[in-house]
Design a protein around this ligand. Structure first.
Ligand code: FMN
Length: 307
């Protein structure tokens, strides 16, 4: 999730209850292969103490995808995911992400370029460099010809956010509509792992859905905002004390300060996380207000220590 799942937050989540696989924020290959690349590199930072991470990329130019995939392997990612589902207006208007659903020509070129780079990595290392796509049910309406098209490209993994682009995240996810995609997968590309996404609260909920819809995996996004232990099979979060929750946010702020010493990420981005931890105990709202007004990590740590 953009501005959320950076190396700092992934390390915190991994320490609470590890996911099997993580994905970075989406990173634009056309910017990455331009003189402006420096500003994107923090999104691709990975620490040794993390679990396996896939880099998620987006953009327009197939050659930039090709060059980026070769770099991602060098950086230590375990695979690459192409974002073909982001619904943000200016992204779609630029012909990227969800707009690819209606541009099979460019999608084919992108998949060929990424596939070629992944094959080169595999030839060189003797190990697969998996390629996956994350997309939606369709652009304005469900369009299974899109999933059929993608599955003809023998992806290693296909993740479906069970809504159309038009629906953004404004309606409940349509899990039943994943079944025809699973049937297409079984017929066209049985080795492609199929992952469902949308409104999954935690691991237990995800495992139930995977079983019900015969999927290989589940992706959890916003569930982590309600419980940093969402990936646990039995989360302790609701029973945790104020002191424990404050200590976990402190750990996050400290790791943030240590990781982004040159202000690669702005301190205000921490406000996105504050409500995760500072929640569910008396006067949490007042404490959040105080924390969100802080302008640097020293001030944040001081308030947390007092709390
Ligand atoms: C703040 C935020 C940032 C997101 N950024 C990305 C992104 O960079 N790449 C992506 O594939 N999806 C992104 N998403 C979408 C989520 O990955 C997910 O598909 C969507 O929220 C539905 O799943 P959920 O109900 O588990 O959150 C983002 C969602 C949110 C709320």
């Amino acid at each position: 999730m953009d501005d959320v799942t950076d190396t700092v937050f992934r390390q915190i989540v991994h320490g609470c209850a590890p996911a099997d696989l993580y994905m970075t924020e989406f990173v634009n290959v056309d910017v990455l292969q331009s003189p402006g690349r420096e500003k994107l590199l923090p999104k691709l930072k990975v620490a040794a103490s993390e679990g396996p991470v896939i880099a998620q990329i987006w953009g327009k130019n197939p050659e930039n995808y090709y060059k980026t995939v070769l770099e991602l392997h060098e950086m230590g990612f375990v695979g690459v995911d192409i974002n073909m589902g982001c619904p943000v207006k200016n992204v779609v208007q630029s012909g990227c992400c969800s707009a690819l659903i209606n541009n099979r020509g460019l999608t084919g070129e992108i998949l060929s370029a990424v596939g070629e780079a992944a094959r080169e990595v595999a030839d060189e290392t003797g190990q697969d460099f998996p390629v996956s796509v994350k997309t939606r049910l369709g652009l304005k309406a469900i369009d299974y010809t899109w999933h059929e098209f993608l599955l003809q490209h023998k992806l290693n993994m296909l993740t479906i956010h069970a809504r159309t682009t038009k629906e953004m995240s404004k309606v409940p996810a349509h899990w039943d509509d994943l079944t025809p995609i699973r049937e297409l997968r079984d017929k066209l590309s049985p080795t492609t792992l199929l992952v469902g996404n949308g409104d999954v609260r935690d691991r237990k909920h995800g495992e139930e859905l995977a079983k019900q819809y015969k999927l290989d995996g589940i992706m959890i996004g916003r569930g982590i905002f309600d419980d940093p232990y969402a990936l646990s099979s039995s989360s302790p979060w609701t029973d945790m004390t104020k002191a424990e929750k404050v200590a976990l946010y402190r750990k996050h702020v400290e790791l943030f300060a240590e990781t982004w010493q040159n202000n690669e990420r702005r301190v205000v981005t921490l406000n996105k996380f504050c409500k995760i931890y500072i929640n569910g105990f008396p006067n949490a709202k007042e404490l959040r207000e105080e924390l969100m007004a802080a302008r640097d990590t020293d001030a944040l740590l001081e308030i947390l220590d007092k709390a």
